[in-house]
Design a binder for this molecule. Structure first.
Ligand code: SF4
Ligand code: SF4
Length: 275
């Protein structure tokens, strides 16, 4: 993780900033001599929406997907848990989804794979003074796509790769990870809340069980329509998870406790005071 941190710092300090109107020359296709070479031994962070798409595409639960295809590296300096795609553990170190014909989950490939060779930096996470996001180009020597005669703007690339949908779906997650709570270095999530973050963001099926198989809806005001949506639709569930995290992690008024629960908590506190 230190290597990744160093790369992030180098990007912010040294990489030329690109806007959506800037152009770059690049094309990837099965005819390039390096075809599939980049789908091995690579650090790919998965967003909650990546996991939602991939587990659906593979027809498995989020728990199965996380267990089989991901790792969650522990680093005490990370403010919240992250999930990475697990490369094969043999000498090939290939992505589990790569095939001779290319990406085996192309229609649902992760955001980072769609973006490559572009990256997007959010300086707010690292540097309080600069907050504007910017694009940058990751020019790696092994990638022969830069030698292809095909010029496009960053905006064209974003459209062609279907990135807008991923950006829109990832907006609320980004707002949580860039929350001021995480900017204050002395504030760390306790283990129970780290688990809560992980479940609500990455393990949607487990989060659904948490909502529907516990007394959650006896404690919080959630209308029937919303309950039906989050029972049936992963997108609605993920959005609800972000609402829940804002309440549970940052004490924001995004959820309403039922009156009887508030009263009962007040009584409990009174009793404690009297002791
Ligand atoms: S998900 Fe697809 S594009 Fe991404 S590394 Fe794996 S095979 Fe390559
Ligand atoms: S290394 Fe570059 S050109 Fe080669 S397959 Fe990967 S993205 Fe395409």
């Amino acid at each position: 993780m230190k290597e990744i941190q160093r790369l992030k710092e180098a990007i912010l300090k040294e990489y030329p900033r690109m806007t959506k109107d800037d152009t770059f020359t690049f094309k990837c296709h099965p005819g390039v001599p390096c075809f599939n070479q980049c789908c091995r031994d690579v650090n790919i962070f998965l967003t909650p929406y990546d996991i939602l798409r991939l587990k659906k595409s593979l027809g498995i639960t989020s728990s199965e997907f996380l267990a089989k295809y991901t790792i969650s590296p522990f680093d005490k300096n990370l403010p919240y848990p992250v999930v990475m795609l697990k490369m094969e553990e043999d000498e090939t170190k290939r992505c589990p989804f790569v095939t001779d014909q290319g990406c085996g989950v192309y229609g649902d490939r992760p955001w980072a794979c769609r973006m490559y060779p572009l990256g997007l930096a959010s300086p707010g996470q690292q540097n309080q003074e600069e907050t504007e996001e910017f694009y940058f180009l990751l020019e790696e020597a092994m990638c022969k796509g830069f030698g292809e005669d095909h010029k496009q703007t960053v905006a064209q690339w974003i459209t062609e790769q279907g990135i807008e949908e991923y950006n829109e779906a990832g907006e609320e997650f980004k707002e949580i990870t860039l929350h001021k709570f995480f900017q204050e270095s002395d504030k760390k999530l306790p283990p129970q809340k780290i688990e809560m973050f992980f479940t609500a963001c990455y393990n949607l099926d487990k989060f659904r069980d948490f909502l529907f198989k516990t007394s959650f809806f006896d404690k919080f005001e959630v209308d029937e329509r919303t309950q039906k949506e989050i029972k049936e639709d992963d997108h609605a569930l993920l959005t609800f998870g972000y609402r829940w995290l804002r309440f549970a992690l940052f004490a924001e008024p995004t959820m309403t406790m039922k009156d009887e629960v508030v009263e009962s908590k007040k009584r409990e506190m009174e009793k404690k005071k009297q002791k």
